[in-house]
Design a protein around this ligand. Structure first.
Ligand code: FES
Length: 170
């Protein structure tokens, strides 16, 4: 959204959730299996809070509308909607239930170990890491949809200032 519209508004991020709300969203998103890479989750959570603060028991249509501007690259949204519905139920009941599954074996629907960091947005992604002397890499892709690579001439690239290496299959 354009930031001018935020002038004079109160903005809350996941850091502004109460400890109770944090615990509820961590449980609900873990229980529903709604967290995959987690990149979109703090935004989903804040849309959920905005909705549940106004409508404690929303319909699926209202949940879908509330998250309409958030894009998840990983899920089909079904589990995120389940998580929001469950968060609403727990917020109303005032008690976090026990997880459905606690048996750590293949196929069991236990909560992922990284749910909290993904829900609260402190999880680290590769782009968050900086190291001394770090260099950046980029893939150069063919301009052609179908082609046979007969050779790769990296000499011009290697002459560019700052280029450390050109990596090929060789
Ligand atoms: Fe990966 Fe939503 S969980 S983008």
């Amino acid at each position: 959204p354009d930031t001018d519209r935020l002038d004079g508004k109160h903005v809350i991020t996941v850091e502004g959730l109460s400890d109770w709300e944090k615990a509820v969203y961590i449980f609900a998103f873990g229980e529903a299996g709604a967290v995959q890479c987690g990149f979109c989750i703090p935004g989903m959570v804040m849309c959920a809070k905005s909705l549940l603060d106004r409508i404690p028991d929303p319909s699926e249509e209202q949940i879908r509308f509330a998250i309409r501007n958030n894009y998840c690259r990983c899920t089909g949204y079904v589990k995120i909607i389940d998580a929001i519905r469950l968060a609403g139920k727990i917020l109303q009941e005032g008690k976090i239930p026990l997880p459905t599954a606690t048996d750590w074996k293949i196929g069991s629907r236990v909560h992922r170990l990284d749910v909290a960091e993904k829900v609260l947005g402190y999880g680290k992604y590769p782009d968050d890491f900086y190291m001394e002397g770090m260099v950046y890499g980029s893939a150069v892709r063919s301009k052609y949809a179908r082609a046979r690579v007969r050779g790769i001439d990296a000499s011009a690239a290697l002459k560019l200032p700052g280029v450390v290496a050109v990596l090929t299959a060789e």
